[in-house]
Design a protein around this ligand. Structure first.
Ligand code: GTP
Ligand code: MG
Length: 514
């Protein structure tokens, strides 16, 4: 507690005590005065005052206790629901997103994927995929887990060439489980690379991945496992061929593997198995066959399915719908850009004609901003934002101010004068150049608004200035400017009857800037 506070409390206490003493003295005096008239009345008065004082203390204590009592926490708004609810919600969100895609082919493809996703979610089956480089023993593990020889096992890499899925039962697990064996990864051949693309896709679609290795991970294996963990895939690392290592070496390899993925993977999620131990010759010359040992994997699988079963599926559905949603969003964005372009173009030529027809020696940005307000409203509509004309006007004026403030208006006239092989002085005086400049500025404005709507009506961290600058830089390529000028002049000649003070030949043969 600081000194000032202590001082205030001290002075306060002395004051309150002083007041109380004065009050007691005052009450006693009044009582003495009453006693002169009637001792009984004096007694009643004293009791009355004491009762009042006691009542006051009681009320004081009550309120102080209320004040001191720790406040009960306000009940929070509903916590984010559990993962299963989130997964269902993600699927409905995706449904809405897919419905917005206008391209029929793209929509059908996405809808099909969405249907598979929804079916996987409703069936609640868990899809486990084995994954790893060639010859680490993936098929051997599948055979051992199923207890029958379903897949061919051989020493050379590339034994398994097609993925195969089998139903799997684990004691104590009711959920239907599917086990998928895949061809080995990182094979050098083109055929191998094509298979790998498919396997990687399968891996990202799996609910649980068994990443099989037979020694400490190579750099390429590590990168693979890491990328899967990074996207949020649930995986178990299975070190196979444990029979090949003396116990101390095996422990050292396991330690190393575990340390690579700390803290993103629990140590229990790295297990060692011997799916298909080879017979070994003992020092006595006798051959010995080690027992196959799948127990650590079966145990971990059972634990994970029991503890995380529902969440595991929900996580996987969330991840997969996220990926689908990214694709859908990209498609919708492309579609919206395509719809926005003709709007911008239309306003480009309107502004060009208006400015070229205005007998002012400067580009009337205020006039163009008034026209652009309507463009903003139309662009907003493409992005499903309903803006009033007033809001459109505000945005258009803010942008016009930014264009002037950043010197872009001047920059554009310079750029176009250069492109039209004329001097700045002539350019500024020329209505034609002014018209073309207005069109060009409208384009930058329109493209900037598209960015703004695309980011849900936000100019981003760098603000409106950065977006506008960026659009100016993006639209200043020489080839583009030449084509733009040709296009603009053709439009102006078509749409206005006013003299444009332009000596350029008709058509699109604009001289190349030096
Ligand atoms: N010593 C030993 N060898 C094993 C073990 N498991 C598998 N192998 C051998 O490793 C070789 C490759 O086994 P596969 O099961 O075909 O390996 P894979 O990962 O399916 O290989 P690809 O299909 O080519 O990608 C075979 O010779 C197996 O006998 C094991 O636990 N111990
Ligand atoms: Mg195989």
């Amino acid at each position: 507690m600081n000194r000032v506070r202590l001082l205030v409390i001290g002075i306060g206490t002395v004051f309150v005590l002083g007041m109380m003493l004065w009050l007691v003295d005052f009450v006693l005096r009044v009582q003495a005065a009453i006693a002169l008239v009637s001792p009984l009345l004096a007694q009643v008065f004293l009791w009355g005052v004491m009762a009042l004082a006691l009542g006051g203390v009681g009320v004081g204590v009550y309120y102080i206790r209320q004040f001191m009592r720790p406040r009960r926490r306000r009940s929070r708004p509903a916590l984010p629901q559990g993962k299963p609810d989130a997964a269902s919600e993600a699927l409905s969100g995706l449904e809405r997103q897919v419905a917005q895609i206008q391209d029929q082919v793209a929509q059908t493809a996405l809808r099909k994927k969405l249907q598979t996703l929804a079916a996987n979610w409703h069936q609640r089956d868990v899809r486990i995929v084995l994954f790893g480089v060639g010859s680490v023993g993936k098929t051997s593990i599948v055979n051992a887990l199923l207890g029958e020889l379903v897949g061919k096992v051989d020493a050379p890499i590339g034994t398994t060439t097609v993925t195969a899925t089998y139903p799997l039962t684990l004691t104590g697990i009711d959920q239907a489980l599917w086990l998928t064996d895949t061809p080995g990864l990182l094979e050098a051949s083109q055929e191998g690379k094509d298979r790998e693309t498919q396997v990687r896709y399968l891996a990202t679609e799996a609910d649980l991945l068994l990443f099989v290795i037979d020694n400490d991970l190579r750099q390429s294996e590590y990168a693979l496992a890491r990328s899967l963990l990074d996207i949020g895939k649930r995986l178990i690392i299975v070190l196979n061929k444990a029979d090949l290592y003396p116990e101390s070496d095996l422990a050292a390899i396991l330690d190393k593997v575990r340390s690579h993925f700390q803290p993103d993977l629990a140590p229990e999620d790295v297990v060692d198995v011997a799916a298909n131990p080879h017979p070994i010759r003992l020092t006595t010359g006798e051959m010995a066959q080690m027992e196959r040992d799948l127990w650590p994997l079966e145990k971990r699988l059972t634990e994970i399915l029991r503890a995380e079963g529902a969440d595991l599926l929900a996580d996987s559905i969330l991840l997969r719908s996220q990926r689908l949603s990214d694709t859908a969003r990209q498609l919708i964005q492309d579609q919206r850009r395509e719809a926005a372009d003709p709007i911008i173009e239309r306003y480009q030529w309107i502004n060009a004609a208006v400015v070229a027809a205005t007998p002012l020696p400067v580009i009337d940005l205020l006039a163009t901003a008034a026209i652009n307000a309507q463009m903003v409203v139309e662009l907003g509509r493409v992005y499903q934002f309903e803006l009033t004309l007033e809001e459109g006007k505000e945005l258009a004026f803010a942008l016009a101010r930014t264009l002037t403030g950043l010197g872009i208006v001047k920059g554009v006239i310079n750029l176009l004068a250069l492109g039209m092989q004329t001097t700045i002085a002539t350019a500024i005086a020329s209505r034609g150049v002014q018209g073309v400049s207005a069109a060009y500025l409208t384009r930058i404005a329109g493209k900037s608004f598209v960015e703004y709507f695309q980011q849900s009506q936000d100019w981003g961290d760098g603000g409106i200035g950065e977006v506008v600058q960026q659009q100016f830089q993006l639209n200043r390529r020489e080839q583009f400017i030449r084509e733009f000028i040709a296009d603009a002049i053709a439009h102006l000649r078509q749409e206005t009857t006013i003299p444009l003070d332009l000596d350029f030949p008709r058509g699109d043969t604009i001289p190349k800037p030096e």
